[in-house]
Ligand binder design. Structure first.
Ligand code: NOJ
Length: 551
């Protein structure tokens, strides 16, 4: 295995740039309208040329694809629509040859209802060991016809579904995603074997889906929570929540860390943990996982003090446990940040999507300026950054997907009140022409806007002003800083508002971000990258950022 010099050491993840590949929407090699593993392999050289350190692949396991693959029917096989285990091995080998590490997605909170374990649980009946792998309960009411509690699933609707013999099972997502019972040691043993299966194949780590939800307090009587959305239950109303962010979850991650550390160089675990402020660091204590996504950064509304606060808080939190911070602006579950920054503050984005992106109209030129600036900010910060496929092409959210194309279970489960996440999952445009702009030889599984011809990778790589070129330039510089950043993981603030934030790194890099409106003078030194043009006098305009080398 060859690993590029910047990532060769055992602490490679601390400052790594990790690119998220939403497998179904990246590149389709066989013309079946859905992206696949061979499609990824064919595009790896382009990703390596971008200057990233690793890729994270969303689930590609056997799945009925009710939730885009987050409904796993077999954790040890590849879905035939996406490739085969051999294709995976080839992908991994090619990535390693190119110096890229590969992180795969692990989904431990739930399986697909098509998984053999769940089928066996249904067949075996109440009280059986097979049922103990999942969370089955008798219903309430004299005839058990009411669900065991009032809990609401994340995609809408009740979190319990009744089966033919009258029992109910828990699913915190779609009914086709039954939750596993992690207080049953058999479940833990099965997952340790699954971890080893992929580690032995050579993967460099795992992104752990719903890491904050795996351990649950299900002692009777189950409490009614009396609130419609589980997300609100977590965030604002219930601290000792029976389902989310329980302390017991950390025992699981400690045991996984021991397994990861058996491998050399050590493999990593990354938590997807939507938790209350201050709780994230618990997932990255020295004997637990390595990283946790920083959703506070992703949710930060545009504004100088907002960014200063989230950066200061995130750095302090990570430092407190000896971890590095992570930074992320977009992923396959949220509105693309270019569109988020293009909308007025506090826009109700669910309503905006329902209006097909017409109420209010997004100012995409403004969103694009801000998104470009945010990239320079993110890449200059101490820690590791995640880039979501398509942001390097400046893709906005596709808000006007017609209902007949929507596949996110959120659309149906919400009674057509929430279009869900398909708008950030539209397949990538690689070429300015073709039935799916080079995504594949046929159409794509979600329609692409016609103006994406101009956003195609091939169109942007020959345009020095494109967003792709900005990503390439900034990531290449970032790579040259990697050793210095690893040696000194701190920053020194120069300015913290009201309109400008700026800080320096010990290698002499200064990052200045101007939230405007007035243009500002840059410090002395060599301006190496700017997110937009400087004005005539060399001043940095509003909604822009610049990197200056001062040493
Ligand atoms: C988080 C994943 O990112 C999302 O896409 C999925 O729907 C849920 N977890 C459930 O697995």
């Amino acid at each position: 295995m060859t690993i590029a010099p910047t990532t060769a050491d055992a602490r490679w993840w601390r400052e790594a740039i990790i690119y998220e590949i939403y497998v179904r929407s990246f590149a389709d090699s066989d013309g079946n309208t859905v992206g696949d593993l061979n499609g990824i392999t064919s595009r790896l050289p382009q990703l390596a040329g971008l200057g990233i350190d690793a890729v994270w692949l969303t689930p590609f396991y056997r799945s009925p694809m009710v939730d885009g693959g987050y409904d796993v029917a077999d954790y040890r096989d590849v879905d035939p629509t996406l490739g085969s285990l051999r294709d995976f091995d080839l992908l991994l080998a090619r990535a390693h040859e190119l110096g890229l590490r590969v992180i795969v997605d692990l989904v431990p909170n739930h399986t697909s209802s098509e998984h053999a374990w769940f089928k066996a649980a249904l067949a075996a009946g109440p009280g059986s060991p097979e049922r103990m792998r999942y969370i089955f309960r008798d219903g309430r009411g004299s005839d058990g016809s009411e669900p065991p509690s009032d809990w609401i699933a994340n995609f809408g609707g009740p979190a319990w579904t009744q089966v033919a013999d009258g029992q109910w099972y828990l699913h915190m997502f779609a009914p086709e995603q039954p939750d596993l019972n992690w207080s049953n040691p058999v479940v833990a043993e099965s997952f340790e074997a699954i971890l080893r299966f992929w580690l032995d194949r050579g993967v460099d780590g795992f992104r752990i889906d719903v890491a904050h939800g795996v351990a649950k307090d299900l002692k009777e009587p189950l409490p009614n929570l009396g609130i419609r959305s589980v997300d609100r239950q977590l965030r604002y109303e219930v601290v000792d929540h029976p389902l989310w962010d329980r302390d017991e979850v950390h025992d699981i991650f400690r045991s996984w860390r021991r397994i990861l550390d058996e491998y050399s160089p050590p493999r990593i675990g990354v938590a997807e943990a939507w938790v209350m402020p201050g709780r994230r660091a618990r997932y990255v204590r020295p004997d637990e996982l390595h990283q946790a996504f920083n959703f506070d950064f992703l949710q930060t509304a545009w504004g100088c003090s907002n960014f200063v606060d989230v950066i200061t808080g995130s750095l302090a939190e990570a430092e407190g446990v000896g971890a590095t911070a992570t930074w992320v602006l977009s992923n396959h579950d949220v509105l693309r940040h270019l569109s988020r920054y293009a909308l007025p503050p506090a826009t109700d984005t669910v309503a905006w999507l329902l209006s097909d992106g017409t109420q209010p109209l997004a100012d995409l030129a403004l969103g694009s300026k801000r998104a470009r600036a945010a990239l320079l900010l993110m890449l200059a910060l101490p820690g590791s950054a995640y880039v979501y496929q398509g942001e390097e092409l400046g893709l906005p959210e596709v808000a006007d997907i017609a209902p007949q194309y929507l596949q996110d279970p959120t659309w149906e489960r919400s009674g057509h009140h929430d279009k869900g996440r398909d708008g950030c999952r539209v397949p990538l445009p690689w070429e300015p022409e073709g039935p799916s702009f080079g995504f594949g030889s046929a159409a794509a599984w979600l329609p692409q806007p016609t103006d994406w011809a101009t956003r195609a990778w091939a169109a942007q790589e020959v345009d020095s002003t494109s967003t792709l070129e900005l990503y390439r330039t900034a990531l290449r510089w970032r790579r040259t800083f990697a050793a210095d950043f690893a040696a000194d993981e701190s920053l020194t603030w120069i300015e913290r508002g009201p309109a400008v934030l700026s800080f320096s790194r010990s290698n002499g890099l200064v990052c200045v971000m101007n939230f405007g409106p007035a243009a500002v003078t840059l410090p002395d030194g060599k301006v190496i990258v700017t997110s937009g043009e400087l004005d005539g006098g060399g001043l940095l305009p509003g909604d822009a950022a610049a990197w200056i080398l001062t040493k």
